[in-house]
Write a protein that binds this ligand. Structure first.
Ligand SMILES: [Fe+2]
Ligand SMILES: [Fe+2]
Length: 296
């Protein structure tokens, strides 16, 4: 493909993305909950009141906390306040974020299987948070890593839904040439899903840090210095989870390689891989629980 044809496609994609009027918006109660959690003076009563303002979210949390996955922690839970005490605010926040994300992006083509997409994204979010926690980062950085992990691949959704023919060509070519879609996106479209997600996040006025991490999740060495280590954590989590999941095989999303610099800067090496793989497997199962509940 000529450079000018590629540049033309990239320009058309960006023009369309910038003009989209029906972009989904994040549920208000979850945005408010995130703000309240960041507010040091807030407590369980404040969190419960916000969650209870959203009936669907409340029902989802009660259903999950009473599912076999959590029921071993105690008897039946009948209020959001009890749920917060039972599994903790951090886990409730994870559940809320996953619920919001799945509800925002719930339609796609058969090219992108919904359940395995969200299982991949949520596992990446959970593993990113674990890696950042092990490094001793603050809870707000842990949440940022989680959110970035959750949303890192939504550019795939946007490509699949809004540029269906082009994306179909990308997926076909990736399958035929045994390359990752990322490489073929760059080659055929002149941009990739990471860039598209960042572009939309700017329109949503999401934080610059989140945008930096998502935009560079395949190229962490290019991430601005202040966010580089979190970006590296998401990058490694994505790589490890991708090696275990089914989603990557279906759309050939498996990255070809991971950044050596990221492994080094996170203090990880090849001897940590079995532990990370085990953790990823656990997170995939945990993600499956969250999603199994949300789809039932
Ligand atoms: Fe990606
Ligand atoms: Fe990914």
């Amino acid at each position: 493909m000529t450079d000018s044809k590629q540049a033309g496609i990239a320009k058309d994609i960006l023009k369309t993305i910038d003009a989209l009027e029906d972009l989904p918006s994040f549920p208000n109660a979850i945005l408010k909950l995130n703000e309240k959690i960041a507010d040091q003076g807030a407590g369980i009563g404040d969190f419960a009141a916000i969650i209870e303002s959203d009936i669907a979210l409340t029902a989802h949390i009660l259903k999950l906390v009473n599912s076999p996955f959590y029921i071993s922690l105690g008897g039946e839970v009948t209020s959001v306040r009890q749920a917060l005490v039972r599994i903790g605010i951090s886990e409730v926040q994870n559940v809320c974020m996953a619920f919001g994300a799945v509800n925002m992006f719930s339609k796609t083509s058969e090219r992108v299987p919904l359940k395995s997409f969200w299982q991949h994204s949520l596992s990446c979010a959970l593993l990113s948070k674990e890696i950042v926690a092990k490094l001793g980062f603050s809870s707000s950085d842990m949440e940022l890593a989680f959110t970035a992990g959750l949303f890192h691949d939504v550019g795939i959704f946007l490509l699949d839904i809004h540029f269906s023919d082009l994306f179909q060509e990308v997926v076909k070519d990736a399958a035929k040439t045994h390359r990752s879609t990322l490489v073929v996106e760059d080659e055929k479209l002149g941009l990739n899903h990471a860039y598209i997600a960042a572009r939309v996040f700017k329109r949503w006025n999401l934080s610059e840090r989140l945008i930096n991490i998502v935009e560079n999740h395949h190229t962490p060495d290019r991430c601005p210095a202040g966010d580089k280590i979190l970006c590296q954590a998401v990058h490694i989590a994505d790589f490890i989870v991708a090696s275990q999941g089914a989603f990557e095989n279906s759309v050939h999303l498996m990255p070809d390689s991971s950044s050596e610099g990221a492994w080094h800067d996170l203090g990880l090496d090849v001897s940590d891989t079995p532990d990370l793989l085990r953790l990823a497997q656990l997170e995939l199962e945990r993600a499956e629980q969250f999603l199994g509940i949300s789809q039932s």
